[in-house]
Design a protein. Structure first.
Lengths: 114, 115
């Protein structure tokens, strides 16, 4: 069966360090992958999209990699700040459907300590 | 301001009652989606609509119903047939409903609790 795995344990890091979050998937061949940020009690907010033919994407302090051989995406936040503390969700686009469907992972909670 | 609104923010329901969650968008988006989120879990797709007057079942549609009579509105009814309805419900929209590379815009969510 199709599966998306994100580390369910919270990631605790010190301010200024680089945070790296992992998204692994099995039995998928996604056309693209998206990362979202979710704060407690709120809806997710889109951060980045990376396509299957792209290895890396950057936006300000954020970087996403996509390795279709390893079936893995890494999400990096450089020079992390306490304001980056949130849950980060990866979402894979489904193929073979008529709509813009995404399948979401369970998310990883990031805690950045001052 | 353009965006998606959901109401109410908190909703309490007695067992056996139907309840309707509101979702409105003024982004002029074609597609709208309903997700359910349980603690520590990812979002699961309940229903989606690619265009007005059309909608499709998602992965966990049993016990739910929707309508899409207007482009800007996509209400979700949680019926008494839904066995475990207590959850955080999120509505989202995308500019187009086809397989283009669209980000999803989410509303603030409705937390439903069954008493």
């Amino acid at each position: 069966s199709q599966k998306i795995e994100q580390n369910s344990e919270a990631l605790n890091i010190q301010e200024g360090k680089t945070a790296t979050l992992t998204c692994n998937y099995t039995n998928y061949s996604p056309a693209y992958l998206q990362w979202y940020r979710q704060d407690p009690g709120r809806g997710p907010v889109f951060l980045l999209l990376i396509r299957e033919n792209e290895k890396e994407k950057r936006k300000e302090r954020l970087k996403v990699t996509f390795d279709t051989t390893l079936k893995q995406s890494l999400f990096h936040i450089t020079a992390s700040q306490p304001a980056d503390s949130a849950t980060y969700l990866c979402a894979l686009a489904r193929r073979n459907n008529a709509g813009n469907m995404l399948t979401f992972g369970g998310g990883t909670r990031l805690m950045v300590k001052p | 301001d353009g965006g998606i609104t959901q109401s109410p923010k908190y909703l309490f329901r007695k067992e056996g009652q139907n309840v309707t969650l509101s979702c409105e968008q003024n982004l002029n988006h074609d597609a709208m989606y309903w997700y359910r989120q349980d603690p520590g879990q990812g979002l699961r797709l309940i229903y989606y609509s690619q265009i007005v007057n059309d909608f499709q079942k998602g992965d966990i549609a049993e016990g739910y119903s929707v309508s899409r009579e207007k482009k800007e509105s996509f209400p979700l009814t949680v019926t008494s047939a839904q066995k475990n309805p207590t959850a955080f419900y999120l509505c989202a929209s995308t500019e187009r409903g086809d397989s283009s590379y669209n980000e999803q815009f989410f509303g603030p969510g409705t937390r439903l609790t069954v008493l």
